[in-house]
Design a protein around this ligand. Structure first.
Ligand SMILES: Nc1ncnc2c1ncn2[C@@H]1O[C@H](COP(=O)(O)OP(=O)(O)OP(=O)(O)O)[C@@H](O)[C@H]1O
Ligand SMILES: [Mg+2]
Length: 247
């Protein structure tokens, strides 16, 4: 589904140039719920920004369903971002002047879909993520967890090939975080969604199928969940302790 090969990205120029991604390789499979973890500054956000080409990269490849995103022009890339990738951000990024329902529909409006199609898709997602009752409310009138579930619904409305989420639970308390992770699990199970989520939260990550670990701009390890979530959580904690301890 998503293949990232030897991705290299630097910030700055000349003497001040600093390589932030130093040859990142990873593959995310269809229907997989994967997490990326790693110390602050290890390049996680930069990786997502390069995958979606919000930021340019120097070398390497990003293949989405076999399509080389590096070869697309800006207009083609804008279409891919709207129709093939769903985004979920830490700070929700909802439009304050639109209701929950209208926010969820935005990608459909950009795509040029008719109202009927929008309403049908939006209703299904609002129900799925238990935000139907608040569909006429504005972002300022709902909780953080409700905002993020609205963002997840918006991310899914165009049936994207995958979802990229950067610390989607970073601004939420533990209960709301759980509801957002549950929304991802529902999306995976019912819509066969493919999700790549950057997170600092080991508990959230323990619900994933696989956790990819980054350090200093490269993938340094990965953990595949084989048993129950609790065991996976404990394994994850062990690995992270070592990673953060600098061993
Ligand atoms: N626009 C920028 N210009 C220059 N350097 C940047 C820029 N954005 C990020 N960096 C640097 O790139 C490195 C990686 O940043 P990035 O935001 O990808 O890390 P991260 O793993 O997402 O960290 P966090 O867990 O804190 O979100 C850091 O050293 C950061 O200071
Ligand atoms: Mg980040």
């Amino acid at each position: 589904m998503l293949e990232v090969k030897e991705l290299v990205k630097s910030y700055g120029t000349g003497k001040n140039q600093h390589q932030v991604l130093r040859g990142v390789d990873l593959t995310i499979h269809k229907g997989e719920f994967a997490a990326v973890m790693g110390p602050s500054g290890s390049g996680k956000t930069t990786l997502l920004d390069c995958i979606s080409r919000y930021k340019p990269f120097e070398s390497g490849e990003v293949l989405l369903n076999g399509k080389d995103l590096g070869k697309l022009n800006e207009k083609e890339m804008a279409k891919v971002r709207n129709e093939k990738i769903g985004f979920v951000f830490q700070d929700f990024m909802l439009l304050d002047g639109l209701t929950v329902f209208d926010n969820v529909c935005v990608p459909q409006v950009i795509k040029g879909e008719n109202y009927r199609s929008m309403e049908k898709r939006a209703s299904k997602l609002l129900k799925m993520f238990d935000i139907e009752k608040i569909k006429k409310k504005y972002p300022a009138e709902i909780s953080g967890g409700q905002k993020q579930r609205t963002a997840v619904a918006r991310a899914l409305i165009n049936d994207p090939l995958m979802i990229l989420a950067d610390e989607p639970t970073g601004n939420l308390d533990s209960r709301s975080s759980e509801a957002v992770i549950e929304a991802f699990i529902t999306a995976k199970k019912q819509l066969q969604a493919t999700i790549l989520m950057v997170t600092h939260d080991s508990l959230s990550a323990s619900y994933c199928d696989r956790v990819i670990l980054m350090r200093d701009g490269v993938v340094c390890d990965e953990l595949v969940r084989t048993g129950d979530r609790r065991t996976f959580f404990n394994e994850l904690m062990d690995v992270l302790r070592k990673l953060n301890g600098g061993e």
